[in-house]
Design a protein around this ligand. Structure first.
Ligand SMILES: NC(=O)c1ccc[n+]([C@@H]2O[C@H](COP(=O)([O-])OP(=O)(O)OC[C@H]3O[C@@H](n4cnc5c(N)ncnc54)[C@H](O)[C@@H]3O)[C@@H](O)[C@H]2O)c1
Length: 427
């Protein structure tokens, strides 16, 4: 094992004094230092993962050693994209276990479908790897709680891919709100619109030669291969995905929760359905969810997957005004009479989120993450609760300490899924 790994293990396992850690951290800040403290990563799921892999490859002191996909064509094209950045070509592989087995790999980047997020993260933590896991961090609430346990047990750096947490402009908007710029912020609204088309009616089909469908399914109980689920459309089936709420809703709900400084709701309601098309899609294309919190605060989320009417991404309502953050990280502040008083442009924080993850990996500081897994779990849980309210057709009453559903055994059945034998995560 390399010297650099010894150093990181030393930091993780010894009681180095605070002054010593600060001194050591300050030596890690520059690009040259980063080169000397190389972080080796493997990326799993090479669609979103290709974008992440190229961003990671452009950071100083990062080696993208593996591009992994159960679709061999995507594993290879991901490797080519990394190579095009000027970095060495990663090894294109099909099974992420190879990443976990490599003692020189520091971190797994998981951008596989949602049903893979928690199982892969938990296995990676147990193998001693840090993890950058895409949003939503889990497929069901139990998985989110289990991921937090795994990160704590193995003292790993686990970041959720809610990149806006690292946007300087969004951080500035949050700081303004927390300092009273629009008075007490008591309500917020998240919004997403798109012009998605029908996914049609699927037929049983031969598994494409380039796809390892068994490993693609992994933790999810086996179902026959159908011709309209892979790639991407799995989002709209409960077996693997979490609908638009878990797909895009989690981004704006995360900001709503951050602005309002709330963790778990006390009440959740849902209305909507598959209204725009009649096809195989199980998750709503038109969805409105309401969350109530203690201390007179609420959040609503509206998703329109098949109507592109433009609206604000996240809006925050206060006693003395309003702040709107758009999907690109720009914000506008309005006074009480709805007059614009400030406009500030920014970005979504994609590179900054990666930089924050790398810094925390290098310094072994999980709790300096901008979207540490416990925060990621809380925002993802809002999506799960909204979907459970939708699927049961009930109002959910929740424990404000942990979000657990109170007095409704039927709704709590959705807290956890069934796993393909041998795949249930263990901590
Ligand atoms: N943070 C963001 O802004 C952002 C943006 C896009 C997607 N995402 C997230 O990224 C994830 C992937 O989304 P997508 O649009 O790329 O979906 P996709 O279906 O297009 O791609 C997923 C890829 O993962 C591969 N895969 C499945 N199981 C695998 C395994 N065991 N090992 C390796 N590869 C495996 C599939 O073959 C496929 O190529 C989703 O969870 C999504 O929510 C996040």
């Amino acid at each position: 094992m390399t010297e650099r790994l010894h150093r990181r293990q030393f930091l993780g396992q010894t009681a180095l004094g605070a002054a010593g850690i600060a001194a050591l951290n300050s030596t890690l800040a520059s690009g040259a230092d980063a080169e000397q403290n190389k972080v080796v990563i493997g990326v799993m799921g090479m669609q979103r993962g290709s974008a992440l892999a190229t961003r990671f490859a452009k950071q100083p002191g990062v080696e993208v050693r593996y591009t992994c996909d159960t679709d061999s064509g995507r594993a290879e094209s991901g490797a080519s994209k990394v190579e095009q950045t000027g970095a060495p070509r990663p090894k294109a592989i099909g099974d992420f276990q190879e990443i976990l087995n490599d003692p020189e790999v520091d971190a797994l980047i998981c951008a596989a479908p949602n049903h893979w997020h928690a199982p892969a993260t938990i296995l990676a933590c147990a193998a001693g790897k840090h993890v950058y896991v895409e949003k939503p961090c889990s497929h069901n609430p139990w998985e989110g709680e289990t991921m937090v346990q795994a990160a704590r047990k193995h003292n790993r750096v686990v970041q959720m891919g809610s990149q806006r947490r690292s946007s300087e402009n969004i951080k500035a908007a949050m700081e303004m709100m927390h300092n009273g710029a629009i008075g007490r912020v008591y309500s917020a609204k998240g919004y997403h619109s798109a012009t998605r088309l029908s996914i049609g009616t699927g037929e049983p089909a031969e598994v494409p030669a380039e796809l390892n469908y068994d490993l693609w399914q992994g933790p999810a109980p086996r179902t026959p291969y159908m011709d309209n689920r892979i790639h991407y459309n799995w989002h709209w089936f409960w077996h693997w995905g979490n609908g638009e709420l878990g797909n895009n809703g989690v981004h704006s709900l995360d900001l709503c929760r951050w602005a309002l400084q709330v963790d778990f709701p006390i009440k959740v309601t849902s209305a909507g359905g598959r209204y725009a098309f009649e096809d195989d899609q199980q998750t709503p294309d038109t969805h409105t969810v309401g969350f109530e919190f203690k201390d007179r605060k609420s959040i609503t989320w509206e998703g329109l997957s098949c109507n592109g009417h433009n609206n604000e991404f996240a809006t925050f309502y206060g006693e003395n005004g309003t702040i709107v953050i758009d999907a690109n990280g720009n914000f506008t502040q309005y006074d009480k009479k709805d007059k614009v008083v400030l406009e500030q442009s920014g970005n979504k924080g994609d590179d900054e989120h990666i930089v924050n993850f790398l810094e925390c990996v290098r310094n072994n500081e999980p709790l300096k993450l901008n979207a540490e897994i416990e925060e990621g779990h809380k925002s993802t849980l809002l999506c799960h609760l909204g979907n459970i309210a939708q699927r049961t057709g009930r109002t959910l009453h929740c424990n404000p300490e942990n979000g657990h559903i109170i007095g409704d055994d039927t709704a709590m059945k959705y807290w956890k899924r069934e796993y393909e034998p041998g795949w249930e995560p263990q901590v």
